[in-house]
Design a binder for this molecule. Structure first.
Ligand SMILES: NC(=O)c1ccc[n+]([C@@H]2O[C@H](COP(=O)([O-])OP(=O)(O)OC[C@H]3O[C@@H](n4cnc5c(N)ncnc54)[C@H](OP(=O)(O)O)[C@@H]3O)[C@@H](O)[C@H]2O)c1
Length: 357
């Protein structure tokens, strides 16, 4: 019997050979030098697979494209293989199941992304059935109720342990983690919330729509100076910094943090496209002088908070006090465009792809 895996999907022939409908996937076909290009990717097609015992077939509905995908594209160990299926957070509906834990019609979260159809097993690789909350849009489960919101929630409630009445700064504030950070910090009773973002329109969105107290465009001048000016209103300081960017943002935050301030370091967007060694903060020793705490946040260490996150946020999503902030690109064929756009700052809120739109 032929045991050669399908070149497009990676499944063995016993899984795909009997099917006729066509599925699609995006593969990485070249290693980017610096900012990735559309030519680093290709679409492949393969027959829709049939579920083997213990697996379920999922027709995907929403795909997440994330900054961490860029870090997996360079060919380092543990990253993406060329011409192979990729991974990514995904929401879809079970259309056939031989997994006793999943039934046809179930909505599931899984990580077999960048493709239209996936085979999953409940509990394996993070696959879980969505709890589903009336009045909450599906997009929420890949944004504020997904890994994005969980990152912000863990950063604020565990790593930085934000207290009511404290002042906060968050970078990449108009993106997925950034908008979730703003909402959650407000619900936790933060006093002033300051954000940085990459355009005047995003700055207006932060202060005009999302209720940030101050915001600035990091292209408009030295980040440290702009942050110091924004923080001066709150008596010249902040208590917590949620860092999505690193580099000069981190240096500026160290300057304005008050004694016993906390930095929850979530990501390094200023480093992802080739520059792995931006200027390190020249003021790092201030961590000692001010008794600051700087701690990394890795969402995979906080998956146990998922139910707590949903219980905390769902009532506020239902009441409209907070929003599900997303930019949704319609159509699987635009997945690469969405990914590149996200890296370049096209998104407000979490960048998602809706298949079939
Ligand atoms: N540690 C974890 O477990 C974990 C989990 C999830 C996410 N993260 C991190 O959280 C951060 C935000 O992720 P996300 O999914 O919410 O993405 P996002 O913020 O929604 O999208 C990326 C944004 O990065 C900004 N950007 C691009 N280049 C930049 C640069 N050189 N300097 C400053 N900003 C830049 C762009 O917005 P502008 O227009 O504002 O430039 C873009 O919209 C990333 O660092 C990501 O790696 C970490």
């Amino acid at each position: 019997m032929n045991a050669t895996p399908c070149p497009g999907c990676g499944f063995l022939p016993s899984v795909w050979a009997m099917t006729t409908k066509t599925a699609h996937a995006v593969h990485q076909i070249a290693r980017p030098a610096g900012f990735p290009a559309a030519t680093d990717f290709a679409r492949t097609s393969f027959p829709v697979p049939q579920p083997a015992p213990g697996t379920a077939l999922v027709e995907n509905i929403l795909l997440s494209v994330d900054p961490y995908h860029r870090g997996l594209m360079d060919g380092r160990e543990g990253g993406f293989e060329l011409n192979s299926p990729l991974e990514g957070r995904t929401v879809g509906r079970v259309t056939a199941s031989r997994d006793p834990g999943l039934a046809e019609g179930d909505l599931v979260f899984h990580r077999e992304g960048w493709r239209t159809h996936s085979l999953v097993t409940l509990g394996r690789g993070g696959t879980r059935r969505l709890r589903g909350h009336e009045g909450v849009p599906l997009e929420a489960y890949l944004s504020i109720l997904g890994g994005t919101g969980l990152t912000a929630y863990a950063a604020l409630t565990r790593t930085a342990a934000l207290r009511a009445g404290e002042d906060l700064f968050v970078s990449a504030a108009a993106g997925g983690v950034g908008t979730a950070t703003g909402h959650i910090a407000r619900l936790l009773g933060a006093r002033r919330i300051i954000g940085s973002a990459g355009s005047a329109a995003k700055v207006r969105h932060l202060t005009g729509t999302l209720g940030f107290d101050a915001a600035f465009d990091y292209h408009d001048g030295p980040v440290g100076e702009q942050l110091a000016e924004a923080a001066a209103v709150s008596g010249g300081g902040i208590d917590v910094y949620v860092d999505n960017v690193g580099g000069d943002h981190l240096e500026g935050a160290i300057d304005v943090l008050r004694e016993y301030g906390r930095i929850a370091w979530v990501g390094g967007l200023s480093m992802y496209n080739g520059d792995r060694s931006p200027a390190a903060p020249r003021n790092l020793f201030e961590v000692v002088h001010k008794s600051l705490r700087l701690e990394g946040v890795l969402v995979s260490n906080h998956t146990g908070l998922q139910d707590e996150l949903e219980d905390f946020l769902v009532p506020h999503l239902r009441s409209g006090r907070i929003s599900t902030d997303t930019t949704v690109v319609q159509g699987f064929d635009r997945t690469v465009e969405a990914f590149l756009g996200m890296l370049g700052g096209d998104n407000v809120g979490k960048m998602l792809v809706r298949i079939g739109g």
